[in-house]
Design a protein around this ligand. Structure first.
Ligand code: AP5
Length: 215
């Protein structure tokens, strides 16, 4: 099964995508995670992507399509993929269509997660990640036992560079301009598009996504 999770920054795509991937036993392909890993490793791709990411702009389409094609060529992706944060532009959606056409796959659906901007800004302001082991936290919804310290490894919890309010507002604007139009693109192409609310507890949102999938 190939599914796209589409939604603004902070809608919960990463959180819900991981749960859905486990439920469906298929990998999650998150372009943001792939890019952050490239930045962490200091690869040429990571170095060139960093300036876009830090300012809330999109990384160029050819870079993203190259990354995605590489992952989709791996044996783990054969049974399907949950796309988290991809595609984000019309050229990326067309590029994915081309990759699918060449490999004889098809897109099974698009799940759109809707969350109001002010909820997103608050949520993202609470996001922290362990600098050592990468475990995610949120000071509002999933706080560590000791503030600023990872429960698992004792590492320091840090905020993402692009999670300050001004950059989040720019990311929301980029979503509205570049990514939201993909909803119409997929509807026009006859792909099943279902919208669910991303507000409420993580389990409630997962239940809504699973119900949408079952339908
Ligand atoms: P990316 O990493 O994809 O960021 P994003 O789309 O902005 O999404 P986020 O990771 O901020 O949020 P999310 O929806 O995954 O929510 P999450 O589950 O983490 O991209 C970063 C950058 O990389 C882009 O700006 C761009 O520069 C570049 N990039 C990436 N892909 C690209 C592409 N295809 N093309 C071009 N450039 C690309 O949740 C957020 C927080 O809320 C967490 O703290 C979580 O714990 C909490 N939370 C989740 N659900 C709930 C809930 N139900 N209730 C309360 N809190 C919740």
């Amino acid at each position: 099964m190939n599914l796209i999770l589409l939604g603004p920054p902070g809608a919960g795509k990463g959180t819900q995508g991981a749960l859905l991937a486990a439920r469906l036993d298929i990998p999650k392909l998150a372009t943001g995670d792939l890019l952050r890993e490239a930045v962490r490793r200091g690869t040429p791709l990571g170095l060139s992507a960093k300036r876009y990411m830090d300012s809330g702009e999109l990384v160029p389409d050819d870079v993203i399509l190259g990354l995605v094609a590489e992952v989709l060529g791996s044996p783990e992706a054969e049974r399907g993929v949950i796309f988290d944060g991809f595609p984000r532009t019309l050229p990326q959606a067309e590029g994915l269509d081309g990759i699918f056409a060449e490999s004889g796959r098809r897109l099974d659906g698009v799940l759109v997660m809707e969350v109001p901007d002010d909820v997103i800004v608050r949520r993202i302001s609470g996001r922290r990640t362990c600098a050592d082991c990468g475990r995610p936290y949120n000071v509002f919804s999933e706080p560590p036992t000791v503030a600023g310290v990872c429960d698992v490894c004792g590492g320091k919890l840090v905020a993402r560079v692009d999670d300050d309010e001004a950059t989040v507002r720019r990311r929301l604007q980029v979503f509205a301009e570049e990514t939201a139009p993909l909803i119409g693109y997929y509807r026009a192409a006859g792909v099943l598009v279902q919208s669910i609310s991303g507000e409420g507890a993580v389990e409630e949102v997962q239940h809504a996504l699973a119900t949408a999938l079952a339908a």
